[in-house]
Design a protein around this ligand. Structure first.
Ligand SMILES: Nc1ncnc2c1ncn2[C@@H]1O[C@H](COP(=O)(O)OP(=O)(O)OP(=O)(O)O)[C@@H](O)[C@H]1O
Length: 254
């Protein structure tokens, strides 16, 4: 569904990727693993359609995103949600924070439709907010002020905000690196719930155990490219690339 093909990318004269290719399909979880500084965040920015590659193509359902005009690109971008390493909520009730994702991401026609629906008593926005919060175990926190949440709860609300508007693809950048095991488990089960709803999920993580727990396929990012992309068991049990094996065995020092 979402694909980067032969992408080359540099910051100034510093190359990050050379002819990198990878993708995610609907209803699967792909984990991107690799050492710190290898380019996981840069890859997610490419997949979020906010960073244009120097060369190569990023396509969503076959449409070349950077060959499309500005308004088509905006529509494509709306189909992709992102959760960052740190939650950034504003000081308002939890429900308002989750709703915010719906408001900024939906095209204006949908927004108008949902405003009209709420006027006639059918409140699809409230349902979507409640449903997304339920997935992260915070349905009871709708009225709570976001400023009073713990770090882990705030991250769960960030996830709910991204989930609420039903993206086709969800990108997660180290979503649990600051969380305790309980909040990590909640986010991991929310990842599975997103997958079960047909969303394609890409999660960048430095935690190989997490990749093993959540992913259907794993992409290994090393040496300015994907050295291996395969079903999770294959990558961990029987990788075909020697560098992948060394990375997984902890023998590659960066
Ligand atoms: N805006 C930028 N301008 C210049 N260089 C950048 C920029 N963003 C990232 N880089 C460099 O590109 C490389 C890849 O960075 P990136 O943040 O994508 O890696 P990462 O794998 O996500 O790292 P980490 O796991 O530490 O977050 C790094 O060398 C980084 O210093």
């Amino acid at each position: 569904m979402l694909r980067a093909t032969d992408v080359t990318m540099s910051y100034g004269s510093d190359p990050v990727f050379r002819t990198l290719s990878m993708g995610v399909d609907a209803g699967e979880v792909v984990a991107v693993i690799g050492p710190s500084g290898v380019g996981k965040t840069t890859l997610l920015r490419l997949l979020s359609l906010s960073l244009e590659p120097d060369e190569g193509a990023v396509t969503l359902d076959g449409t070349d995103v950077w060959a499309a005009d500005e308004s088509a690109r905006l529509s494509l971008r709306r189909r992709v949600g992102m959760v960052f390493q740190e939650a950034s909520l504003f000081d308002a009730p939890v429900a308002r924070n989750v709703e915010y994702g719906l408001r900024i991401r939906r095209p204006w026609r949908d927004r108008l439709r949902s405003t009209v629906a709420s006027l006639v008593g059918s409140n699809s926005t409230a349902d979507a907010v409640h449903d997304a919060l339920d997935v992260v175990g915070l349905a009871d926190a709708v009225e709570q002020d976001a400023g009073s949440l713990s770090g882990g709860e705030a991250q769960r609300v960030s996830f709910a905000r991204a989930l609420a508007y039903q993206p086709d693809v969800l990108l997660l950048d180290e979503p649990t690196s600051d969380l305790d095991p309980r909040n990590t488990a909640v986010i991991e089960s929310a990842i599975a719930a997103a997958r079960d709803r047909g969303i394609g999920v890409v999660v960048a993580t430095h935690d190989m155990h997490q990749a093993r727990r959540v992913a259907d396929r794993v992409a290994v990012l090393l040496d300015q490219g994907i050295t291996e992309m395969a079903p999770t068991e294959v990558v961990f049990e029987n990788p075909s690339d020697e560098r992948t094996q060394k990375f997984i065995d902890g023998e590659l020092v960066y």
